[in-house]
Design a protein around this ligand. Structure first.
Ligand code: CU
Length: 397
């Protein structure tokens, strides 16, 4: 089979060279040189350039018309309007230079096709022309950069003191939004306290005690395993290593507890915090400051309708502040889509279920927002509920 294939390929190449040979021979019999372009060919190529120019711009206009409606609707935040202005300014420059350069490129190719008897000018360089095509883009770029930086500074500074604070907590693969609760202060968090029942690592006396108990339980299990293992074997060695790690973890949490006990208020700030999933609400026309954390890998908080994006970096607290200025209902009217919802998405490819990392955002009047927030269980209440449920399960068994 392989030999047959090789034979076909070789025969194909031979046929092709023979065909070229026949073509060359007919040309020399007709009396034309094979490197000479006829007027007919020349005109055909020149007209082709014009056709291409018309086709290119028709396609461009069709793309804008057909896909324009799929772009984001108008900005739903105060600073978003500034971002859109900056974006449109850039588009205007890009589209204008695209149109001018491409029209000239193809029109010149058409206009200056070879004409018999006309000789092309020989130009080595033109200082004036070079000066123009260096300074004009330099000035335009400088304007774009200065305008961009000043918009960025405008957006990132002048944060109001009374902004509502919300934490956005990212992990593979979901978001949690945490409200500060009645005291207006977000409770502390510590990654060493992360457990099945405390996925955000919130700090309260209860979560610390729970964590210490969990570590003690784990250690007791490992010690039992060690006592049954063959002395100095690999299992014993591995188990000893695990116990050492748990001891270290325990010591760190214990030291943290002592440190926190200096100011007992620190334990309480987390109690009234309100963690929510799937959907979170914002009051309209109120500045909101987001504190952004990641538990595992790089994620990115992306709220396209508010023109907001900020990375969620493990081990680092990032933040972004904005003021939503259109309610969800208003936006449903604007987009003529009764199912429209603002979205929080993850904008860093963070793993297999990255596409699934999203939350709905509802922007509403302050009264509605307050009513919604009142209904959400606090961290403490939720923990007590889970605790009670667990105890009931244990009791019924
Ligand atoms: Cu992610």
């Amino acid at each position: 089979m392989n030999i047959l294939l090789a034979v076909v390929v070789v025969l194909g190449i031979i046929t092709l060279t023979q065909l070229i040979r026949v073509f060359e021979l007919t040309k020399s019999l007709n009396g034309t040189k094979d490197n000479e372009v006829t007027d007919k060919e020349n005109n055909g190529i020149a007209n082709g350039f014009m056709l291409y120019l018309i086709g290119l711009f028709s396609f461009f206009i069709w793309l804008v018309w057909a896909y324009g409606p799929f772009l984001l609707p108008e900005a739903a935040s105060v600073h978003g309007e500034k971002i859109d202005l900056l974006m449109n300014f850039n588009w205007a420059i890009i589209i204008t230079s695209f149109a001018i350069t491409h029209i000239l490129l193809f029109y010149f190719a058409f206009k200056y096709k070879r004409t018999k008897g006309v000789k092309a000018d020989f130009v080595t360089h033109n200082a004036k022309l070079e000066l123009v095509w260096t300074t004009v883009p330099a000035i335009v770029l400088a304007i774009v950069i200065i305008y961009g930086i000043s918009t960025w500074n405008d957006i990132m500074t002048d944060e109001p003191e009374d902004a509502l604070t919300i934490e956005l907590f990212a992990k593979q693969f979901d978001w949690t939004a945490r409200y500060a609760g009645e005291d207006g202060v977000l409770g502390k968090s510590n990654y060493r306290l992360i457990s099945g029942t405390n996925p955000m690592g919130l700090v309260t006396l209860e979560t610390i005690v729970e964590k210490l108990a969990e570590l003690e339980k784990k250690k007791a299990k490992l010690e039992l395993k060690l006592s049954n293992a063959e002395p100095n074997g690999t299992i014993a060695e591995n188990t000893e290593e695990k116990i050492r790690k748990i001891d270290k973890h325990f010591a760190k949490v214990f030291a943290y507890q002592k440190e926190m006990e200096m100011d007992s208020n620190l334990f309480l700030t987390g109690h009234d915090d309100i963690p929510v999933k799937v959907e979170f609400h914002l009051p309209v026309n109120k500045p909101v400051k987001f504190f952004i954390r990641s538990r595992d890998v790089l994620h990115s908080v992306y709220m396209p309708h508010f023109r907001a994006q900020m990375n969620a970096v493990p081990g680092m607290l990032t933040s972004f502040y904005f003021t939503p200025n259109k309610t969800t209902d208003e936006m449903r009217n604007i987009t003529k889509n009764p199912e429209f919802d603002y979205l929080l998405l993850c904008n860093k490819i963070c793993g297999a279920a990255h596409y699934n990392m999203q939350m709905n955002i509802i922007v509403e009047s302050e009264e509605k927002y307050n009513a919604w927030l009142k209904e959400q269980p606090t961290f403490f209440a939720e923990e007590a509920r889970v605790d009670k449920e667990l105890k009931e399960i244990v009791a019924s068994n």
